[in-house]
Design a protein around this ligand. Structure first.
Ligand SMILES: [Zn+2]
Length: 51
């Protein structure tokens, strides 16, 4: 798998944290329950924006 997001990942020790960065402030996002459709929901720890 050659995805372009795996180009440079200095802290790629945990593959579960992939795509868990806030698109607004690049902060770390944490799990925040699930949506009605069952998808995992994430929220930024800094700006509190949902993803
Ligand atoms: Zn944020």
């Amino acid at each position: 798998m050659a995805l372009k997001l795996s180009k440079t990942n200095p802290q790629g020790s945990n593959t579960d944290t992939i795509q868990l960065k806030c698109r607004y402030c690049q902060a770390r996002c944490v799990k925040a329950g699930k949506e009605r459709n069952g998808k995992q929901r994430y929220v930024c720890t800094v700006c509190k924006k949902n993803k």
